[in-house]
Design a protein around this ligand. Sequence first.
Ligand code: AMP
Length: 210
Amino acid sequence: MNIILLGAPGAGKGTQAEIICERLSIPTISTGNIIREALKSGTEMGLKAKSFIEAGSLVPDEVVIGIIKERLAKGDCENGFILDGFPRTIPQAEALDKMGVVIDKVIDIEVTDESIVKRLSGRRVCEDCGASYHLEYKAPKVDGKCDKCNGTLVQRKDDHPDTVLSRLEVYHKETEPLKAYYEKQNKLVIVYGQDEVQDTTKLVLQALEA
Ligand code: AMP
């Protein structure tokens, strides 16, 4: 099954993607993670993306479309995949269609802007493996350390309050129109994000089975 997870930054796409990935044994492709890796290792693409990601704006379409083309060509995507954070603009969605990628379901996780700001300010990620935590909702077992790899937990630069507001603005302007795009294709399912992760997961799994 080829799945797209839509939703504002901080709506919980990454966490839900991890769970679906385990259940269905299909890989999660997160353009944000791929770009952050490239930034860390100082590749040319990483350098190109740096100023955009740090300002909370979108990396140009041609860069992310290139990333996705390359990633989807890998063998592990043959039985399906979960796209987390792609597409984020109409031209990106059109590029997927043009590539002949058939999407089965688009799950849109809806969370209010107010909760997004609260969620992102408490989010911490592992510097080493990228696992995501929240100081209040999903605290690590040991303060500041990743449960999975014992790496150090840090706050993403783009989770700082000013950047969060511009990311939300970008989301409403550029990404939200994708709901209508996929609604027209009869692929959109809306899930309302709940306070407890497992409650949202239940709804997401129901949406996948429907
Ligand atoms: P994320 O981890 O999905 O919130 O992505 C972090 C940042 O990476 C975004 O704020 C963008 O700067 C960049 N990014 C990730 N995915 C995309 C995309 N599909 N289109 C443009 N920029 C992206």
